[in-house]
Design a protein around this ligand. Structure first.
Ligand code: ADP
Ligand code: MG
Length: 242
């Protein structure tokens, strides 16, 4: 069988971006007042990008991240992740996409305190259909990737802040998500530990992971290759920095 010849002059169809957000709004009703946390956001993120989202406190960064992470639903607008129209999914489908496609890292780590590093990382695999042994193997490998192989049996409350964030990153990675989202991942860490965590994000991005992180520190944002600045629920600027 012969395949059709490739015409080099033919227009290439643009690849579908990993994230495609259009006119996204999130309005909170607080008493009689409407809070426009997101007020018409358009955003595309391609596979393999490394994006920092900046902006003053209250500008809508976390609201946007929670929508991108399928942790919340918008008031209006559209969001497609890997070509799937997220706004059309029901709660079960959202839970599945969240579990399979998204790794979310929080400022406060959100680990189970009296649970070992290995068990914390294994949690997202509970519904994977894998055997216990396979789950433990994948969790151990994810801990290795973040440099914590020797801490697998430590409980989270026996780990430092930087180590806890590494466990949280391993947990975010264990399902091989298509995107890693991090909301102020270094917000609770000292500057030396922050630098180590940022090196880890750099390394994960170099390995092909798409990374979107929120920060309000310029030196953290400098790690990314694109900086999106928010103001009053809108994107104020969007610049490639490297
Ligand atoms: P950032 O992460 O940039 O600090 P947020 O996305 O957390 O900003 O908040 C954006 C705006 O939405 C703020 O005015 C905030 O007070 C408001 N907001 C966020 N979450 C809620 C909520 N659950 N209920 C009411 N208002 C909210
Ligand atoms: Mg926030």
């Amino acid at each position: 069988m012969t395949s059709a010849p490739v015409d080099p002059s033919a227009p290439q169809s643009a690849p579908v971006p990993l994230i495609q957000v259009r006119d996204l709004h999130k309005i909170y009703q607080v008493g009689s007042e409407e809070v426009r946390a997101l007020d018409g956001v358009d955003l595309d993120v391609e596979h393999g990008e490394y994006v920092a989202i900046m902006g003053a406190s209250g500008s809508g960064k976390s609201t946007l991240m929670n929508l991108l992470g399928c942790l919340d639903t918008p008031t209006s607008g559209s969001y497609s992740l890997g070509g799937v129209a997220v706004q059309e999914l029901d709660d079960d489908e959202l839970a599945t996409i969240r579990n399979e496609q998204i790794g979310f890292v929080f400022q406060t780590f959100n680990l189970l305190a009296r649970t070992t590093a290995l068990d914390n990382v294994e949690l997202p695999l509970v519904y994977s259909g894998l055997s216990r042994g396979e789950r433990r193997e994948l969790a151990a490998r994810a801990l290795e990737r973040v440099g914590l192989a020797d801490r697998r049996s430590h409980r989270s409350n026996e780990l430092s802040g930087g180590q806890r964030q590494r466990v949280a990153i391993a947990r975010a990675l264990v399902n091989q998500p298509s995107i890693l989202l991090a909301d102020e991942p270094t917000g609770n860490l000292d500057s030396a530990t922050s630098a180590e965590i940022m090196e880890l994000f750099d390394e994960l991005n170099r390995a092909g992971n798409t990374v979107v992180l929120v920060t309000h520190e310029d030196d953290i944002a400098e790690h990314a290759r694109r900086v999106v600045t928010m103001r009053d629920g809108r994107i104020q600027s969007d610049e490639r920095t490297r």
